[in-house]
Design a protein around this ligand. Structure first.
Ligand SMILES: Cc1cc2nc3c(=O)[nH]c(=O)nc-3n(C[C@H](O)[C@H](O)[C@H](O)COP(=O)(O)OP(=O)(O)OC[C@H]3O[C@@H](n4cnc5c(N)ncnc54)[C@H](O)[C@@H]3O)c2cc1C
Ligand code: SF4
Length: 275
């Protein structure tokens, strides 16, 4: 399944298309949502620093809202930092920050939503029914806590277990191709910056990903960064890193966790000048 193509197809639905026809495509971007919630939060502090906002994973996936959580976690970290600096501390761990998070409304909110993602990963119908029971009947205070029992990259099906989906060609009116979309994402990488996408083992893309999963990076990447190119010596993975829109999906979804994603230099986009 290709999320990009699915979204193009979604726009052709008779209930959606009329809202878009006659409009003009003005920008493009893509982003993986940090949906793990409370149970996926890492240790929040380290000597001299702390993790706040989506960096840590404070987003409330049940509401798809994270701005308020990013602001609140930033405030809690800043208050802890101010207290530390005002008594001359620096460079050690801001343990007051995770402590104040635990007694904040943000912790309570995320605790109420803690089972959302684990339930939804059990399928749409089971998930919807059980989230309803969890949230409406128990008001988020159900006497159970579900855990994430596998990592995202462990959920791909082998190519022998599925049928490829034949997506329609873009019409250039409401549906578009990836590369022209990337062009209007206003993402920019300076030419001499270090490559921010590398492989741990260059053999894995062909020997494992292509052989078992028909190279899923060709489909889940919303920017066409990963291409299987067939040459006389056989297939190889080409990484068009300059197209990357920094959604971070490859870092999460690569079945063998072979792709190394590092932050590119300079926060190069996407930029949304019209928003
Ligand atoms: C599609 C979508 C819809 C959403 N809808 C909602 C909603 O309706 N309501 C809501 O509350 N939340 C929503 N969210 C969640 C919300 O956007 C995030 O939780 C929130 O923006 C997190 O804020 P943040 O400051 O932690 O991170 P971000 O907003 O991601 O900010 C991080 C910033 O760091 C910059 N950066 C990254 N790397 C570098 C670098 N190397 N150098 C310099 N700068 C860098 C980035 O460009 C970015 O500007 C949505 C998220 C998505 C993806
Ligand atoms: S290369 Fe990775 S981070 Fe960049 S757009 Fe593709 S999936 Fe997203």
């Amino acid at each position: 399944m290709s999320p990009f193509e699915e979204f193009q197809r979604y726009k052709t639905h008779p209930s959606i298309r009329p809202f878009l026809e006659g409009g003009k495509r003005i920008s493009y971007g893509a982003r993986a949502i940090t949906a793990g919630g409370l149970q996926s939060l890492p240790r929040l502090v380290f000597p001299g620093g702390g993790l706040i906002g989506d960096n840590a994973g404070f987003l409330n996936a049940s509401r798809i809202k994270g701005s308020h959580a990013a602001i609140k976690s930033g405030m809690l970290a800043a208050e802890a930092a101010l207290d530390a600096l005002s008594v001359g501390r620096s460079g050690d761990e801001l343990t007051a920050y995770p402590d104040s998070f635990r007694s904040s409304w943000l912790y309570e909110e995320l605790h109420r939503a803690r089972n959302f993602k684990p339930w939804m990963s059990k399928g749409l119908y089971t998930g919807t029914a059980m989230v309803g029971i969890d949230q409406i009947v128990f008001g988020g205070k159900a006497p159970w806590t579900l855990h994430h029992d596998h990592a995202d990259n462990e959920t791909l099906k082998k190519k022998t277990e599925v049928r490829p989906i034949a997506y329609p060609k873009p019409d250039g009116i409401v549906t578009f191709d990836r590369l022209s979309s990337v062009f209007i994402s206003n993402t920019n990488h300076s030419e001499d910056q270090p490559v921010h996408l590398t492989l741990k083992d260059p053999g894995v893309p062909v020997n494992v990903n292509l052989a078992l999963y028909d190279a899923p990076e060709q489909r889940y990447c919303p920017a066409g960064v990963y291409e299987i190119v067939t040459e006389s010596s056989g297939p190889r993975l080409q990484i068009n890193a300059q197209n990357c829109v920094h959604c971070k999906t490859c870092d999460i979804k690569d079945p063998m966790q072979n792709i190394v994603w590092v932050a590119p230099e300079g926060g190069g986009g996407p930029n949304y000048p019209n928003m």
